[in-house]
Design a protein around this ligand. Structure first.
Ligand code: FO1
Length: 321
């Protein structure tokens, strides 16, 4: 049954998270429901050339503000690279990693506020004042818990180097978030989950986007204990990842790239996991019985996020689940 004005919390990261969040905002506006709270993965974050980058926070912020580069899926639309060229000439930063001029303005502002003693939560709230985002954004934690990739040869890379330099071609053995065991949920995160009517798990990378959020001590328990319905959206369509490297990440943790396997990875809340329902793409309808066999009610729906409208329809299907 569709709740009339649900309080919604979304767990999200990456490009999938930003497209999904646009749809959540549109769907909730139609219902005159309160603004959703989006708990954003900060495991992709890094220090580079003296500034703090928060790729998932920025991708979602830019998308909600309508200033994102929709082609690349990250950075600002129409950005230039003059400062980046100068950084490269100095041999600063990473030669394979582009920092756009407008994007650098964000990183400089953020780093300045962090250096002034503000927490990442406070910095994000300040950044959100610039644009009417229509969404309350919270980082998953105020601690720095970047993601490292452990490799077959014993090496260890920052996730951003593994992804942007090596395009996920170096086989990962595991993903780690050093320091996460000592991290706490950012202020407001567990309260939002506890008082929600619906918690949505975005079709983001289950390993390096949703994984770190649920690994912050206290967040998985909050999701398990909330009276809200917890509905996940499959990031797999037609047995494949839509974009990015989730297939490589899933293989590394021993999970098959299929809608049913990812549902089992999250698990039924009734069996110690986090899901009360799982949205399966029409292309994967045959996987629904397998999902249900794991104790997770499956809802088959169109899951391609072509535009805001198709993305909003996914939220509507999730709210009806
Ligand atoms: N992705 C790339 O593939 N190449 C880049 O040079 C790059 C730069 C970059 C700068 C700022 C930022 O916020 C994101 C950036 N990304 C870049 C995207 C990012 O590496 C990942 O796609 C996300 O972290 C995955 O969610």
């Amino acid at each position: 049954m569709l709740l009339s004005q649900p309080r919604v919390v979304v767990l999200a990261g990456g490009v999938g998270g930003s497209k999904f969040t646009l749809g959540v905002r549109a769907a909730l506006r139609r219902l005159n429901a309160p603004e959703a709270t989006v708990v954003v993965n900060t495991g992709d974050d890094l220090w580079l050339s003296g500034v703090r980058l928060q790729p998932d926070v920025d991708s979602i912020t830019y998308a909600l503000a309508g200033v994102n580069d929709t082609e690349r899926g990250w950075g600002r639309a129409g950005d230039t690279e003059r400062v980046n060229e100068e950084l490269q000439a100095w041999g600063a930063g990473w030669p394979w990693f582009t920092l756009g001029d407008l994007d650098l303005g964000t990183h400089l502002a953020r780093t300045g506020w962090l250096r002034d003693g503000h927490t990442p939560t406070q910095v994000l709230a300040r950044m959100a004042e610039r644009w009417p985002l229509g969404i309350r954004m919270l980082p998953m934690t105020d601690s720095e818990v970047d993601t490292h990739v452990l490799l077959e040869d014993g090496g260890r890379l920052h996730f951003q180097e593994w992804w942007t330099r090596h395009r996920a071609k170096l086989t990962p053995l595991a993903f780690e978030n050093p320091g996460i065991a000592d991290a706490a949920p950012a202020p407001g995160v567990t309260d939002a989950i506890a008082s929600a009517d619906v918690v949505l798990i975005a079709p983001s990378n289950p390993v390096v986007s949703i994984g770190p959020i649920l690994a912050v001590p206290g967040i998985r328990d909050a999701v398990r204990e909330t009276s809200a319905k917890v509905v996940g959206v499959s990031p797999i369509i037609g047995g494949r990842v839509v974009r990015g490297m989730a297939d490589v990440c899933l293989t590394a943790i021993g999970v098959e790239t299929s809608a049913a396997a990812v549902a089992r990875h999250y698990g039924a809340r009734s069996a110690g996991g986090v899901l009360d329902a799982w949205l399966v793409a029409e292309e994967d309808a045959a996987a629904a019985p397998e999902v249900e066999a794991a104790g997770i009610p499956a809802v088959v729906a169109p899951l391609w996020m072509r535009d805001e409208e198709s993305s909003a329809a996914i939220t509507e299907a999730a709210l009806g689940a």
